[in-house]
Design a protein around this ligand. Structure first.
Ligand code: PRP
Ligand code: URA
Length: 206
């Protein structure tokens, strides 16, 4: 399933991020705010348990999340979405997977992985601002499946049709959430119009 979260606030903030004149500070702040808005929608179908509680006035039935949430940012750029999602789901555990894309071949390479226990029963959210060829996402999903994850959501800010297709083909069971589906990839594997190199813009490395 592909869901495009085209909320007016997300569109407004994403436009500010896309501008090449956006400062690192503004880019990060808008990403943080969009992450919270996206998390609200991505969590819409989280399962609940009914629990008996007592208010100061009367006993009643309340609700609690019935499954643990594990957020897995793809390093580096995925870290930019982490705080915003954790604001809404503060009990979430966090795993990390480090991937970089070879600039020539566009092939992803894994250089780090650290996951919490309980992946089998959790809702695992893999987060990364960019879904370009889809290579990094396909491999990251493979990595969490190897650790037992069964209920997986992929949360990206901007996606290219090529990346969406690659993930849907390799992992048809994974739900994909985007703030925007852009037009295409250019000859260097960058999303058009996109927002440039997300990692560099978040961390000020170029
Ligand atoms: C970027 C981005 C994704 C990947 C997307 O990371 O954050 O992880 O590229 O491209 P793909 O869909 O073609 O695999 P990058 O490799 O630039 O590393 P960084 O996050 O450390 O900057
Ligand atoms: N990675 C990025 O950061 N931006 C793109 O447009 C493609 C891959």
């Amino acid at each position: 399933m592909l869901t495009i979260l085209d909320h007016p606030l997300i569109k407004h903030k994403l436009t500010l991020m896309r501008k090449k004149t956006a400062s690192t500070k503004d880019f990060r702040q808008n990403l943080d705010e969009i992450a919270e808005l996206m998390a609200y929608e991505v969590c819409r179908d989280l399962p609940l348990n009914e629990i008996p509680i007592e208010t100061p006035v009367a006993p009643t039935t309340g609700y609690e999340l019935s499954k643990e949430v594990i957020i897995v940012p793809i390093l580096r750029a995925g870290v930019g979405l982490l705080d915003g999602i954790r604001e809404l789901v503060p009990t979430a555990k966090v795993g990390f997977i480090g991937m970089y894309r070879d600039e020539e071949t566009l092939e992803p390479h894994e250089y780090f992985a650290k996951f919490p226990s309980g992946m089998e029963d959790a809702i695992v959210m893999i987060v990364d601002p960019m879904l370009a060829t889809g290579g990094s996402a396909v491999d990251a999903i493979e990595a969490v499946k190897k650790r037992g994850a069964k209920n997986i959501k992929l949360v990206n800010l901007v996606g290219a049709p090529e990346g969406v297709e690659a993930v849907q083909k390799a992992h048809p069971d994974v739900d994909i959430y985007l703030a925007a589906l852009d037009e295409k990839l250019n000859e260097n594997g960058y999303i058009v119009p996109g927002l440039g190199d997300a990692g560099d813009r978040i961390f000020g490395t170029k």
